[in-house]
Design a binder for this molecule. Structure first.
Ligand code: UDP
Length: 374
């Protein structure tokens, strides 16, 4: 008899398994994919670690979490600084003095601030006319954050491609993730700690799951595991919550992403790990040149090849992999209804992006699991 059957070997499942095992509990981890690690899994192609399920950059302000992951594998000094491409013109992200200089030719923070304030004031007037004081959606939030020039060039079409909905139908919080800076600083995150595991994310998964019984290619939906109470005292479920309940209240909407990956006979194709394509004319949202997450300076040229993935975003149809929850009103209400059902399940813990229907980054997941064991 296991103490825990853990469904899903992503960061939630793997960290939970590690902490429970450390406390003398017997765990079995199953995953329906042919590998462990969930979306942080990487595949090695031409000597380069490819982020198979999209770019993952670890970042946190929490020293305890940072020290925790570094115990399994040391992290490098990668700093995320994506570049945006709008109809062939490049802009630095996040929105900072470099971006404002590229957008308006301004060189001083004061000049940039004056333009942004003027455009923000226009947005406020438009909202006041509509009798609105708090931004109701992503469009209003973005206009209040940076004004219309940046919204139209770097946000509107990218967001619509990524989410498949107009900006006024999306929740405001999505855009609050992005910083606005009046200094020349292209670091995408405000967190103190940031990096990529040296040697890749699989090392983190291997470290977390070392010595723990794991079965890949094993689906929870088959009867053997559905009747888990014969095998384990508790269940930790990290799959999609609507799937767990057989979609009995209806299906939650998700966005899925797919990748077209190419090996190129050049050491350095785009000069950056991430380029966002912020206009509609390009069908993918971004391109990822994987080597730049782990190779710096001359190292880039030591490997004569490079691997680049185009990332496409679309509505998740039955049978496809859910990636991003769509936290609009209908889906939030449905997720809440499912979570009430979840509360009534005995000896079952639901956790992670899919089970909680929440847009989680990696570090908060680890933080959450560590708290469960405090
Ligand atoms: N976003 C944008 N333009 C960009 C990058 C991001 O408008 O060039 C918006 C978009 O709505 C996106 C959100 O900011 O969904 C969050 O972006 P982030 O890069 O943090 O998302 P992730 O890497 O998790 O997909």
């Amino acid at each position: 008899m296991y103490d825990y059957l853990i469904v899903g070997s992503g960061l939630f499942g793997a960290t939970f398994a590690h902490e429970a095992t450390r406390r003398g509990k017997r765990c079995l981890v199953i995953d329906k994919r042919p590998h462990l690690g969930g979306n942080i899994y990487q595949e090695r192609v031409e000597g380069i670690n490819v982020h198979k399920y999209g770019p993952h950059i670890f970042h946190t302000n929490n020293k305890e979490v940072w020290d925790y992951v570094n115990r399994f594998v040391p992290f490098n000094r990668y700093t995320n600084s994506p570049v945006a491409c709008y109809h062939g013109k490049l802009f630095n992200l996040p929105f900072n003095m470099n971006t404002f200089c590229q957008m308006w030719g301004v060189t001083a923070p004061e000049e940039a601030m004056a333009i942004i304030e003027e455009q923000k004031a226009e947005a406020r007037t438009e909202m006041t006319k509509a009798g609105v004081s708090v931004p109701r959606n992503l469009r209003e939030q973005a206009l209040l954050l940076v004004g219309k020039d940046i919204f139209e060039t770097l946000i509107k079409e990218y967001t619509e491609k990524q989410w498949g909905r107009p900006c006024h139908e999306l929740p405001a919080f999505i855009i609050k993730r992005l910083p606005v800076r009046m200094v020349f600083d292209n670091n995408y995150f405000n967190d103190t700690y940031q990096g990529i595991p040296i040697g890749g994310y699989n090392k983190l998964t291997e470290g977390l799951l070392e010595g723990i019984e794991c079965r890949t290619g094993t689906d929870f939906s088959c009867t053997d595991y559905r009747n888990w109470r014969n095998k384990a005292r508790n269940l930790v479920y990290t799959g999609a919550i609507d799937e767990y309940f057989g979609y009995r209240l209806g299906r939650l909407d998700w966005r899925t992403i797919s990748f077209r990956t190419h090996v190129c006979d050049t050491p350095n194709l785009q000069g950056n790990a991430v380029v966002n394509y912020t206009s509609h004319d390009v069908p993918y949202t971004r391109t990822i040149e994987h080597k730049h997450f782990e190779m710096f300076g001359e190292e880039v040229y030591r490997n004569p090849k490079t691997v680049v993935s185009e990332e496409y975003s679309s509505e998740c149809r039955p049978g496809q992999e859910p990636f991003y929850p769509i936290n609009d009103e209908r889906n939030n209400a449905l997720a809440k209804a499912y979570s009430s059902l979840a509360e009534r399940e005995e000896n079952v813990l639901f956790g992670g992006r899919l089970a909680e229907y929440k847009y989680y980054d990696m570090a908060p997941i680890i933080e959450k699991v560590l708290r469960l064991f405090e």
